[in-house]
Design a protein around this ligand. Structure first.
Ligand SMILES: C[S@@+](CC[C@H](N)C(=O)[O-])C[C@H]1O[C@@H](n2cnc3c(N)ncnc32)[C@H](O)[C@@H]1O
Length: 222
């Protein structure tokens, strides 16, 4: 586990409740409800990677068993435990750092991730997808949401204009994690997984920030 990264997140979760973060959702994403309405929806266990304060885990626990939330920060899992207790649902929480997901092969029918993969270093993304593939049962699904703030492009004539456009095309950002574009997700997804949905859209968060979201739904071949 990388101590610095863990400590940074731990500090965030010590200082804030889930509701105070810009990414907070009062309700689970509509795409999650849509996935549950599919005739081929998965069953069995669910893993919520980067579960935060457990909003999605608590909802998922009503539909999957076991429901496990995993987060790099103990503080996040503490809040998630409280939230699931208040809602009267059963879920387990684990502190671990993706991409390493400490569970047995084929342990889950669904891996759900809203906002975690983008916090994982770029060089670890192939391992993340390999781990998800390893954990899923045949016919199991990965539902993934990644996002970044919507910012206007600097002018092409400014010193940053060309660099920003190159970064947009390559998916690279200097010095930090890169944004996962639709093309990059397509390249990274294991060949054993079929793409069901891969959409990009703008979304306004509860903190009134505009973000560009990608929603991906993959099914592991049966
Ligand atoms: C953007 S928040 C999203 C939280 C939650 N999924 C939601 O939708 O409300 C990202 C979460 O991932 C966790 N996280 C960041 N890096 C992680 C990693 N490498 N492994 C596991 N969790 C991580 C953070 O502590 C944080 O709770």
């Amino acid at each position: 586990m990388t101590v610095d990264r863990r400590q940074t997140w731990e500090r965030q979760w010590e200082q804030h409740t889930g509701e105070e973060f810009g990414w907070y959702l009062r309700e689970v994403p509509g795409e999650l409800r849509d996935m549950l309405a599919r005739p081929d929806r998965p069953s069995g266990g669910v893993l919520d990677v980067g579960c935060g304060n457990g909003i999605a885990t608590a909802f998922l626990a009503e539909h999957f068993h076991p429901a496990v939330g995993l987060d790099i920060a103990l503080g996040a899992t503490r809040q998630a435990r409280e939230l699931t207790k208040d809602r009267g649902v059963e879920a387990a929480f684990v502190v671990a750092e993706a991409p390493r997901l400490p569970f047995r092969d084929r342990a889950f029918g669904l891996v759900f991730d809203r906002g975690c993969l983008q916090a994982v270093p770029r060089e670890a993304w192939p391992t993340y997808f390999a781990e998800v593939d390893r954990l899923l049962t045949p016919g199991g699904m990965l539902q993934l949401f990644v996002s970044k703030p919507v910012r206007p492009m600097p002018s092409l004539l400014s010193p940053y204009g060309v660099r920003a456009r190159v970064r947009k095309m390559t998916g690279r950002r200097s010095g930090g994690p890169a944004f996962l574009s639709v093309d990059l997700i397509r390249q990274l997804a294991p060949k054993t997984m079929d793409e069901l949905v891969l959409d990009e859209f703008e979304f306004t968060t509860t903190a009134n920030q505009k973000r560009l979201f990608i929603h991906a739904l993959y099914r592991k071949a049966a």
